[in-house]
Write a protein that binds this ligand. Structure first.
Ligand SMILES: [Ca+2]
Length: 526
């Protein structure tokens, strides 16, 4: 039995470059793909696209037009989908967590980005639920990852700051269970790919934290091109403790381009384990500095003058391609309905450093304003979570662990407090209750709390700031003088939460907040 013919639409592109394509298997999922775009579609542009053959070439529409039209069709199909097929019912679902690095709220097409097409990420978003109020638990890399993998506010175990300096002995405390620790005994193959940033010592290595396979680097940043070709590149770490690429615990040679390699490794892992439940933690280093890309990707952006933004665009495009290859592999193996996927960024963009964008949000990486903590956030599980819809209640990266456990039918641990919640009932429309009444952030001298639409910022030595996010997404107008009782209530909630946290087990000065950290002075390890 051969695979069904793939429906891939290719076009000349909106800038005249060739090579882009939209794979309907990726867009709709094989089991939902109706064989063609719907014949009853009322949209004239879609009717024209319907005339294309299985592998067609679109010369009439630009990429943005075609993709947006196909995505609209995807949302239409979502209303008619059957639930997951019965054959998948007895198998634990696969779990894939895809993490971007320093990708801003406005940096992908499904979040409104105009200058960098991200068709595969857009397709992922439209095949799943886009959470518009999706947060991470810290505005920098390491603590955010500690929260993701444990489902706990990382300040509960002292992981409040990044690990630096490079020769640090610190790491994710060994008594903390990771999602890989919990999935592995249930029969999951587990692999970590990419940036680790949770400790350099052997006891902190991914293979000691529930993963059976690892390909990536242990530090917080490294070059995307081989280290030998990156001498003198701004923000390219040189320290041999953090730059080597490991396969399991063995140093291996640098790949030609890091993001391509991570995508290839992910596809290979899926191929190795397609017949058993698997968990893939794929932590891209893109689009963190150093800004490095190959001509293959740079040449996609002839209209952007040579600049950090152009290189950023090329790096993002390479990550988008990698996600596309992963989605195509899942579809080719008929795993769309059997795979829960999360995609988000580990913290907000850092525009002065990596040319990312957080508009319309205030602040950036290292701050607890929305620009530092609200990120692109997608959850996809074809057949279980509606496609092409928005979810606007606040959710947080800590929710990944309990959601994955629920999907896998595994009880949450009872010996440690899990702060995240299972999002499946809310995202599947089984409840209107908000997953969280309140979310909290503490990052050194900065604190913040979100309670309903109210957001309170508490920075040591400064007046509090109260913002109504329903009216003021950009946090421009402090309402604390007009709503003193709200301020009092939120301070009370924050104080109670804060009282249960550990002091930081380490602290690096550069994490201390934007006021102490002028732009350009941020170490690459962040
Ligand atoms: Ca980051």
């Amino acid at each position: 039995m051969g695979s069904p013919p793939r429906e891939v639409y290719r076009g000349a592109g909106d800038r005249g470059e060739g090579g882009w394509e939209v794979d309907l298997d990726v867009l709709f999922g094989v089991s939902q793909r109706p064989g063609a775009v719907p014949s009853n579609c009322e949209q004239s542009m879609l009717k024209n696209i319907c005339q294309l053959h299985c592998v067609g070439t679109c010369t009439r529409f630009g990429r943005h037009e075609l993709v947006s039209c196909l995505l609209a069709a995807s949302a239409t199909f979502a209303t008619n989908w059957e639930s997951a097929d019965a054959g998948a019912a007895n198998r634990k679902p696969n779990v894939i967590f895809i993490l971007a690095n320093d990708l801003g709220y406005a940096d992908v097409g499904f979040q409104g980005c105009k200058d960098v097409p991200t068709p595969h990420l857009d397709a992922l978003a439209m095949a799943g639920m886009r959470c518009t109020n999706g947060y991470v638990s810290c505005p920098v890399c390491g603590p955010s990852r500690a929260g993701i993998l444990t489902g706990r506010y990382q300040q509960r175990f002292g992981f409040e700051f990044n690990l630096g300096p490079y020769k640090t002995k610190n790491g994710l405390p060994v008594e903390q269970k990771t999602i890989a620790d919990l999935l592995r005994p249930a029969g999951y193959a587990t692999m970590a790919i990419g940036k680790w940033h949770l400790g350099l010592q052997p006891e902190f290595h991914p293979l000691a934290r529930g993963f059976t396979e690892f390909y990536g680097f242990l530090g917080g940043a490294r070059s995307f091109l081989p280290v030998k070709d990156s001498v003198g590149v701004p923000f390219a770490p040189k320290d041999p403790d953090v730059t080597p690429i490991f396969r399991e615990r063995i140093k291996t040679q640098d790949p030609p381009y890091l993001t391509d390699a991570f995508g290839d490794e992910a596809v290979a892992f899926i191929d190795r384990h397609k017949d058993e439940p698997f968990f893939l933690y794929l932590a891209f280093n893109a689009v963190h500095v150093p800004l490095q890309a190959t001509d293959k990707y740079l040449n996609r952006f002839p209209d952007i003058p040579p600049s950090p933004r152009r290189t950023f665009a090329a790096m993002l495009s390479s990550m988008d391609d990698a996600v596309g290859r992963i989605m195509a592999k899942l579809s080719a193996e008929n795993l769309d309905t059997e795979t829960l996927i999360f995609f988000l960024s580990d913290n907000g963009g850092h525009p002065p450093i990596n040319a990312s964008g957080n508009n319309p949000l205030r602040g950036e990486k290292t701050t607890v304003f929305e620009g530092g903590i609200r990120v692109p956030f997608v959850v996809k599980w074809t057949g279980r979570i509606p496609a092409g819809q928005l979810y606007s209640q606040p959710v947080i990266s800590l929710d990944f662990l309990p959601t994955a456990l629920a999907a896998a039918g595994i009880e949450k641990p009872t010996d440690l407090q899990i702060d995240g919640v299972d999002l499946l009932p809310a995202l599947a429309g089984q409840t209107d209750n908000a997953p969280h009444k309140t979310l909290y952030w503490r990052f050194g001298d900065q604190g913040a709390i979100r309670h309903g639409n109210w957001k309170l910022t508490l920075t040591s030595g400064e007046p509090v700031g109260l913002y109504d996010l329903s009216q003021d997404l950009s946090e421009t107008t402090d309402r604390s003088a007009a709503f003193p009782r709200v301020v009092e209530e939120l301070i009370g909630l924050y104080t109670s939460w804060n009282a249960n946290l550990e002091p930081p087990r380490w602290r690096i000065q550069s994490d201390g907040g934007l006021k102490k950290q002028p732009s350009g002075a941020v170490p690459a390890e962040n």
